[in-house]
Design a protein around this ligand. Structure first.
Ligand code: NDP
Length: 453
């Protein structure tokens, strides 16, 4: 570890104690940037990285609401406005009981580089709440979303900060929040992305993160003159990103063996085909059930309950070619990475944000497999949010094919940026360095131009 990274991390830990995920995200980026900071003393002199790790603004607020029993509930709401050097703050909202300041700061930090990589003019932000939508009625979710937006509305706007969905925030929640924003502001603007199609949403936005992660995997494979045809794939999660990852793998001729939720995972040796995927979509998006139900419906598939005390996740311990982690942060640890490599996996395309620990990433990079880090591989979601913003500004909608083509081109361009940048800095095919440096330079140069603010 260079002296610069060591000193930076000591400062980050001292100033942001109890935020291990944020430390991890900063460490990963700073380790790559050592290469670029050596070549550009102006970035060091102007303390660009030291400024990027400090959010421009953090908003923390009370979210009171009344449950179906008439009891008052209180949650905590957050919005991290991390960096606006290249555009309005942009990034999702996460509703999950594990949400805290450190998790949202890591996500907002990653978002800055990811958004820069998309080639679109978007700054970085993230927000959410420790509210758990699981098991809540539609009425409870609506009252919570309305209360959440009753504070957030004064901080966001189509030219200021444009939130979207993330874990626990899908079309239903975006609808309730958009309705409340419109009522409070008395204006119909593209203040949120992931909107419904008949009120300003973009075709392909729900599909975009999953499709993008698969397009990125296909690009990585093309560097070895291979395709996804016939490849065996492990997918984790069963929410938005996982579902459309499976759909696109099927379009491209791959075979999907697994899906999961926070309780356990299913393994289907015959492969999850489109009929089975339709069942999962209905189970998760309409009936809001558990992935375990898959095995009751499809004989021959096996459900394994997750053991929180286990040192590894058995989902990552099957013979396969590709892995698409699409659930949550740190879901692949060092032991899981070793299992993946042992089982022949040589493509990892991250749909989730920071799903691999530092130890896991080091193993992937050392093994020289095709490892696409989340900030590059899952950037298709926010890129298509950027396309939704563009359509809202024009008051016009593009066709499905047009949006999908643009998404595909953007994923190819992100891949090229990663490959070219990694090469330029003397670490060919190191997508981690390529993504971190490629995302950083554009933001850093904008910050240099805009002075010390
Ligand atoms: P969803 O809420 O739709 O789905 C999340 C899935 O992951 C569910 O299957 C959920 O299981 C599982 N999961 C969540 N938390 C945990 C946990 N702590 N342990 C194990 N499993 C868990 O979210 P998305 O699909 O939208 O998001 C998945 C990942 O993709 C996240 O890392 C998110 O930040 C990232 N991402 C999402 C984008 C988007 O456009 N939606 C864009 C870019 C990245 P359960 O139902 O049991 O909670």
């Amino acid at each position: 570890m260079s002296e610069f990274v060591k000193n930076l991390m000591a400062q980050v830990k001292a100033k942001n104690s109890n935020e291990p995920e944020f430390h991890q995200a900063v460490f990963e980026v700073a380790s790559s940037l050592a290469l670029v900071l050596e070549k550009h003393p102006e970035y060091r002199k102007e303390k660009i990285l030291e400024r990027i790790i400090e959010p421009e603004r953090v908003i923390l607020f009370r979210v009171p609401w009344v449950d179906d029993q008439g009891d008052v509930q209180i949650n905590r709401g957050f919005r991290i406005e991390m960096n606006s050097a290249i555009g309005p703050y942009k990034g999702g909202l996460r509703f999950h009981p594990s949400v805290n300041l450190g998790i949202l700061k890591f996500l907002a930090f990653e978002q800055v580089f990811k958004n820069s990589l998309t080639t679109l003019p978007m700054g970085g932000g993230k927000g959410g709440s420790d509210f758990d939508p699981k098991g809540k009625s539609d009425g409870e979710v609506m009252r919570f979303c309305q209360s959440f937006m009753s504070e957030l509305f004064r901080h966001i706007g189509s030219n200021t900060d444009v939130p979207a969905g993330d874990i626990g925030v899908g079309g239903r929640e975006i609808g309730f929040m958009f309705g409340q924003y419109k009522k409070l502001r008395n204006e119909f603007t593209g203040v949120l992305t992931g909107k419904g199609l008949n009120w300003g949403g973009s075709l392909i936005r729900p599909e975009a993160t999953g499709y993008g992660a698969v397009y990125f995997a296909a690009e990585m494979l093309s560097t070895r003159k291979q395709t996804l045809e016939g490849k065996k794939c492990l997918v984790s999660g069963s929410g938005n990103v996982a579902q459309y990852t499976v759909e696109k793998i099927l379009h491209l001729g791959g075979k999907v063996l697994t899906l999961s939720d926070s309780n356990g995972y299913i393994y289907d040796e015959k492969g999850i085909d489109s009929e089975k995927l339709n069942f999962v979509m209905d189970l998760k998006n309409v009936r809001r059930g558990r992935i375990k139900d898959y095995t009751d419906k499809f004989k021959g598939s096996v459900y394994t309950q997750l053991d929180p005390n286990s040192e590894f996740n058995p989902l990552w311990n099957h013979k396969a070619d590709c892995a698409f982690p699409s659930a949550t942060q740190n879901e692949i640890n060092g032991k899981d990475a070793a299992n993946l490599l042992k089982n022949g996996v040589y493509v990892v395309s991250e749909g989730a944000n920071m799903p691999s620990t530092i130890d896991a990433i080091e193993q992937f990079v050392d093994a020289k497999i095709l490892y696409g880090p989340g900030k590059a591989a899952n950037a298709g979601g926010v890129a298509t949010s950027g396309l939704e913003m563009a359509q809202n500004s024009m008051r016009y909608s593009w066709t499905r094919e047009e949006v999908d083509n643009r998404l595909h081109m953007i994923m190819k361009s992100i891949h090229k940026t990663c490959v070219d940048t990694a090469e330029k800095y003397g670490t060919p095919f190191n997508y981690v360095n390529g993504a971190n440096i490629g995302g950083f330079v554009k933001v850093a140069d904008a910050m240099l131009d805009q002075g010390i603010i």
